[in-house]
Design a protein. Sequence first.
Length: 202
Amino acid sequence: MLYHVNGELVLCDMTVAVVECAGVGYKLFISGNTLGKIADKLGQRVRLFTFMKVSEDAVDLYGFADEEELEIFKLLISVSGVGAKSAISILSLLTPSRFAQVVSAGDAKAISQAQGIGAKTAQRIILELKDKIAKQSFVQDEGIPGASAAGDIQDNFTDAIDTLLVLGYTRREATAALKGIDASLGLEDVIKEALKKLAGNK
């Protein structure tokens, strides 16, 4: 079982990262939370904690920027009816500490805002994890009220990429142009900065 991969980040898309270790490229599915922490590290060395999901027709690796997110992922997939994709969707909306807060508060509405998560599933998550979450501690967000910064980053990046695709750029060009841009600038400013970078590459 892999504990983590440590190597050069050679590809980073909205849902997938590829880390090269000793000549082997490991494809890892990632959340918006992890994306926000590694999006500007293309070509640099990164470490992602891993979870291997083995099914009848596939072996998938999931990567996480920190152990707190990995632990939340494991808790989520332990809930009946919550699979790996649903867990990643929730972690794209909420950081580990924010998730712990909404579970402790019984805020099913916040969880149901994640893509593919209905109200009943959100309630089940709270019911099954509230006591478990209370026994664990997670790093608190600093100065981030409401939705997580990671969720904002993914929303801005997704919308910006869609806009750049409409303007005729390839997904690879759009993703590369967004590297290093502060997503908290807001969607319009993110797109403007990306267009400046793309214009400079011509």
